[in-house]
Design a protein around this ligand. Sequence first.
Ligand code: HEM
Length: 135
Amino acid sequence: MIADQIVSCLEQVGDRCKDPTALVYERLFSANPEMKPLFIMDGNDAVKGQMLFQVLDGIIDFVGDRRYAETLFLSELINHDIIGVPPRVFSTFFRTIMETFRDIMGADWTAEFDQAWAQLLSDLDEMIREKAEVA
Ligand code: HEM
C-alpha cells in the first residue's frame, strides 16, 4: 500500500514547512511561466493556497478509500478547462508537488517515498486520462 508512505511523507513535510504553497508555485511558474497569468485574479495567493490544500486532501483520499477523490478530480477537470487549464497540466501540477516535497525533505527523502510517489503519479495520470475522456 502506498497510502502509508504518502501520508507519512505529507506529515513530515508539514513538520518541516508549515505552508509549502509559495515553494510549490515558485517551482510551477519557473518551469511553466505560461501558467502564471492564469492566476491573475489571485492577488494575495489565497486561491493558490486553497487549491493546493484541496489537491492534497484529494490525494489523501485517492490513496485511501477514494470516497470523493474521483468526483473531485472530474469536476475540477471540467471547471479548470473552462478557465483555460487543460487536463495535461494536472500531471505537471502533481509532479511539481512531489518535487517540491522532495526538496523540503532533503536528505530525509527515502527510497520508499520515491517509489510511493512514482506509483501515485502514474495512478493519477491514468485517472486524469480516463476522466478527461468523460469530461
Ligand atoms: C486536482 C487538481 C486541482 C484541484 C482540486 C484544484 C482546485 C481549485 C480550486 C478549489 C480553485 C478555486 C479556489 C478558490 O477560489 O478559493 C482553483 C482555482 C484555480 N486553479 Fe485549480 N485545482 C487543481 C488543479 C489545477 C491545475 C493543474 C492548475 C494549473 C496550473 C490550476 C489552476 C487554477 C487557476 C488558474 C485557478 C483560478 C485562480 C484565480 O481565480 O485567480 N488548478 N483550483
